[in-house]
Design a protein around this ligand. Structure first.
Ligand code: MTE
Ligand code: MO
Length: 206
């Protein structure tokens, strides 16, 4: 049998946009910015806001809003991928990287392999420390040149864009280093423990 002719003119929309290598499997691109929250948006007064790093009940570092803004600020442009299948390209965030936070706390080496983030409202998510350091994670306070809106996690959210977006905890207040891994909120409801979009690690067992 003859091979069907290959349509040489064919290029998918993704190829046209040069996106073939940017969209993880099963994702589609949206230009909106959907809001996904498991509960109400907490109201946080900046005068009361602090961010803390903890290990075994010990506080390694704590910053007020003003102190946090005196730390080196980094701006990144990155794609984000939600487990509900939307991806948003070229989002721009400003904040303090974990590398800079650890340096500010005079912590030379990450003190444990695992971390749990704690947010106002009670949300938690666990992330391996290796996914936060080396420029991979930050505490972001600005999105698209303006303060992050409350619905999107303002005043400050975790940003770990190479993992599914549920790992990017909104309204984050505390990160606790852990010797042993524990499940956060969605992880204990069957979401994948790691959440790498390129491996389609959506649910436990993927
Ligand atoms: N504190 C908190 N952080 C959270 C969530 C949440 O419910 N509470 N939802 C997560 C999920 S499932 C997603 S997809 C993203 C959504 O962020 P967005 O609302 O800014 O799009 O936030 C993540 N961070
Ligand atoms: Mo999500």
């Amino acid at each position: 049998m003859e091979e069907p002719p290959i349509s040489r003119g064919f290029r998918s929309k993704r190829q046209e946009q040069g996106l073939t290598n940017r969209i993880p499997p099963g994702q589609y691109v949206t230009t909106d910015f959907p809001v996904l929250s498991a509960g109400p948006t907490p109201q946080i007064r900046l005068e009361e806001w602090t961010f803390g790093l903890h290990l075994n009940g010990l506080q390694l570092g704590k910053w007020t809003w003003a102190e946090f803004h005196a730390l080196p600020q980094t701006t990144i442009k990155t794609d984000i991928h939600c487990v509900t299948k939307w991806s948003k390209l070229d989002t721009v965030w400003q904040g303090v990287t974990f590398d800079d936070l650890l340096a500010a706390a005079a912590v030379k080496e990450p003190p444990a392999l695992y971390a749990m983030t704690h947010s106002d409202g009670g949300y938690t998510t666990n992330v391996p420390v290796a996914d936060l350091v080396g420029g991979k994670g930050m505490i972001a306070t600005r999105y698209d040149g303006a303060p992050i809106s409350p619905a999107h996690g303002g005043p400050a959210r975790l940003l770990v864009p190479h993992l599914y977006f549920w790992k990017s905890a909104k309204w984050v207040r505390r990160l606790r280093f852990m010797e042993e891994d524990e499940h956060g909120f969605w992880e204990s409801f069957g979401y994948h423990n790691h959440g790498d979009p390129w491996k389609e690690q959506r649910y436990d067992g993927d």
